[in-house]
Design a protein around this ligand. Structure first.
Ligand SMILES: Nc1ncnc2c1ncn2[C@@H]1O[C@H](COP(=O)(O)OP(=O)(O)OP(=O)(O)O)[C@@H](O)[C@H]1O
Length: 235
């Protein structure tokens, strides 16, 4: 473990990432360095294919860089073994995806409970945590519903409850409003504002939607694998 200033939660240092396509190497991220403060709300924009999801997945420990270091809460996640990384992810990061990724055969309650099955909590404690998370997203009354019985906006709110049920400091959201109508999108963005402002969650939001990016308090722009402060006229 390295010492890091207390207020920096994510530190990306000289990260390079490429993918292999047949015999070719396709560079995706080139020398990315980025520090994110605890409690920050950062939006990441940029053209399709510029590497936004790739960077988000690296920070969340879903993928590994070719070189460079990624420190999250003082842990160099690039040096963790696969099983340690999975364990770290489960307790440290909440994920919000464009298409919710709920399990169709599980109820809202069971979907939100899933991340807790990896913990030592008792059944009763799990139930309390799940109900707290579902109340936060205002869906406690729908806990016995299956995903297909819920609207897209409601499914995304269940996914947000699942993301926060283990109380991670960091939330990563990849196009969380990409599949929603304006009204449901606004409700999801309001909820993310609340998680940031009231619960102090650090949020990294990847989006194409300027009205979503406006909610963040800092904007970074990725183009052809290179990161920069967003130009003034981006939004
Ligand atoms: N697992 C993979 N294997 C090979 N190439 C990949 C893989 N994942 C991403 N890529 C390539 O890396 C590049 C960046 O992809 P990425 O999804 O990070 O971009 P993005 O900025 O999030 O795009 P979008 O806005 O369209 O979601 C693309 O050219 C993509 O084809």
């Amino acid at each position: 473990m390295h010492a890091m200033p207390k207020d920096i939660i994510v530190s990306v240092e000289h990260v390079f990432k490429s993918y292999r396509r047949g015999s070719q190497t396709v560079p995706v991220l080139e020398d990315i360095t980025l520090a994110i403060g605890r409690g920050e709300y950062l939006a990441l924009m940029g053209p399709s294919g510029s590497g936004k999801s790739t960077l988000l997945n690296l920070i969340a420990g879903l993928d590994r860089p070719n070189s460079g270091a990624i420190m999250v809460e003082g842990v160099d996640i690039t040096s963790l073994q696969e099983s340690d990384l999975a364990h770290w992810r489960a307790g440290s990061v909440g994920f919000i995806f464009q298409f919710y990724n709920l399990i169709p055969v599980l109820t809202a309650f069971e979907n939100v409970e899933l991340p807790l099955l990896l913990t030592r909590l008792s059944k009763r404690e799990r139930r309390e945590h799940v109900l707290t998370a579902l109340s936060l997203v205002d869906l406690a009354d729908r806990m016995d519903h299956y995903p297909r019985q819920l609207s897209g906006g409601q499914q995304q709110r269940v996914a947000i409850a699942r993301a926060v049920v283990t109380d991670p400091a960091l939330l990563v959201a990849d196009e969380p409003t990409g599949d929603l109508d304006r009204k449901s999108a606004a409700a999801v963005l309001d909820l993310m504002d609340q998680l940031n402002q009231e619960l102090g969650k650090t949020i990294i939001l990847v989006t194409h939607d300027p009205s979503a990016a406006k909610r963040a308090r800092r904007l970074q722009f990725l183009d052809k694998g290179v990161l920069s402060d967003a130009p003034q006229d981006t939004l």
